[in-house]
Ligand binder design. Structure first.
Ligand SMILES: NC(=O)c1ccc[n+]([C@@H]2O[C@H](COP(=O)([O-])OP(=O)(O)OC[C@H]3O[C@@H](n4cnc5c(N)ncnc54)[C@H](O)[C@@H]3O)[C@@H](O)[C@H]2O)c1
Length: 317
C-alpha cells in the first residue's frame, strides 16, 4: 500500500481525511504549518487524536519550504494536497499571499512529486472557479471568469497541474469541492459564524435576504469522494464533489434554529461583488467515473453539525 502525503492535515477536511485513511490502513504523513488564517488552537485540537495513531507521522512544515518537502516526500507516494490559504472574501485584501501559498506552494509540491515519481497528485480545488457560469456547474465549462483572488489561484493551480500531467506524466486529479461542512468546520465559515451568533443571541447578516444558494456538502461525503479518486488513477481529470442540491442560505439558518433550539436575529445586506449568487454541482461525472454517491442530506448534516457545535464549540469552548 502506498504512503499518502496529506498537506493541510491539521485543517478541517484534512483531519477528517487522515482519520479515514488510517482506518483504511494507509501509512499517512501529514504536513501542516498552522497557517494563521484562523487560530492555531483549532488546528491543534483537530490534530491531537491523530498524533498517537499507528501509521501516522506529523511534520510541521510549510509547503513552500522546498528542502522540507524534498525530505518529507517518499518515492512513489500518493499526494493529497489540501493545504491552502482558504476564504473568498479575505483574499480580496491580500491577493499576493494567496498567490504565494496556493500557486507557488502547489508548484513546489508538483516539482517534488515529479522528482519522486509520485503515484498520483490529488488537488483540492473549489466550486468558486466557476464564478458566474450557468448552473448546474459541469466540469467542461470554461471556468475562466473567477470572481475572487482565491478562486483565481485555484483555477491557476488546475491549469498548472495540467501542464505537469502533460509534460512530466504526473497523474493528476483535481477535485472541485462545494461548500463543505460538518464537525470541526473552519470557524470563518458562514455556518460556524451563524451557529455562534444564534447561540449567543447576536445578529446575523444574510446577503440578499438569505436568497444566495450553496451546494452544501457534508464532510464525510467529501472524504469518500477523495478516497474514491485516490483509488483510481487518471492522467488528468477534474471532478465536482458536491451534494448536487443547492439550498438557500435562509433554509440553512432555519435548520440551525431548529437544531440549536434558538431563534436567529437577522439583518439583510447586499451581496458582496466577489460572492457567487449560486453554486450547484452537476455530480454526474463523479458518479459515473468514481462511483461517488453523496449520502448525507442537509437536514441530517445540520443535525450532526449542531450536536457537535453544542458539545464542542458553543460559547467559545
Ligand atoms: N471547506 C470548504 O468548503 C472548501 C471548499 C472548496 C475547497 N476547499 C479547499 O479544501 C482545502 C482544505 O480546506 P479546509 O476548509 O479544510 O481549510 P483549513 O484552513 O481548515 O485547512 C487547510 C490547512 O492547510 C494548512 N496550510 C495553509 N497554508 C499552508 C502552508 N503554506 N504549508 C502547510 N500547511 C498550510 C492550514 O494550517 C490548515 O490547517 C483547501 O485547499 C480549500 O481551499 C475547501
Amino acid at each position: 500500500m502506498s504512503t499518502v502525503l496529506v498537506t493541510g492535515c491539521a485543517g478541517f477536511i484534512g483531519s477528517h481525511l487522515c482519520e479515514r485513511l488510517l482506518e483504511e490502513g494507509y501509512h499517512v504523513i501529514g504536513v501542516d504549518n498552522f497557517d494563521d488564517y484562523y487560530d492555531r488552537r483549532f488546528k491543534e485540537r483537530n490534530l491531537k487524536p491523530l498524533l498517537n495513531r499507528a501509521g501516522f507521522r506529523f511534520v510541521e512544515a510549510d509547503i513552500r519550504d522546498e528542502e522540507a518537502m524534498e525530505e518529507i516526500l517518499e518515492r512513489r507516494a500518493v499526494i493529497i494536497h489540501l493545504a491552502a490559504r482558504p476564504g473568498v472574501r479575505p483574499s480580496i485584501k491580500i491577493p499576493k499571499l494567496y498567490l504565494d501559498v496556493n500557486v507557488r506552494g502547489t508548484l513546489i509540491l508538483a516539482e517534488r512529486a515529479v522528482e519522486k515519481d509520485a503515484e498520483q497528485f490529488i488537488f483540492a480545488s473549489s466550486s468558486s472557479v466557476y464564478g458566474l457560469s450557468e448552473t448546474p456547474f459541469r466540469e467542461d465549462l470554461p471556468a475562466d471568469k473567477p470572481l475572487s483572488p482565491y478562486a483565481s489561484t485555484k483555477r491557476c493551480c488546475e491549469i498548472l497541474l495540467h501542464t505537469f500531467s502533460h509534460d512530466f506524466s504526473l497523474p493528476v486529479t483535481c477535485l472541485r469541492l462545494f461548500t463543505v461542512y460538518g464537525p470541526r468546520v473552519r470557524p470563518d465559515m458562514a455556518i460556524y459564524k451563524f451557529a455562534g451568533a444564534i447561540w449567543m443571541g447576536k445578529t446575523i447578516t444574510l446577503y440578499d435576504g438569505g436568497g444566495l444558494k450553496r451546494d452544501y456538502t457534508y464532510v464525510s461525503d467529501i472524504v469518500e469522494g477523495i478516497i474514491l479518486a485516490m483509488k483510481k488513477r487518471f492522467s488528468y481529470e477534474i471532478f465536482n464533489l458536491g451534494y448536487g442540491k443547492p439550498i438557500e442560505i435562509r433554509y440553512l439558518v432555519k435548520l440551525l434554529e431548529e437544531t440549536l433550539g434558538k431563534r436567529a436575529k437577522i439583518v439583510s445586506a447586499p451581496k458582496p461583488r466577489e460572492d457567487m449568487p449560486e453554486t450547484h454541482a452537476d455530480i454526474s461525472k463523479a458518479e459515473n467515473m468514481l462511483g461517488y454517491r453523496p449520502r448525507i442530506a442537509i437536514e441530517e448534516g445540520i443535525k450532526r453539525f449542531s450536536e457537535w457545535f453544542i458539545e464542542n464549540a458553543a460559547e467559545g469552548k
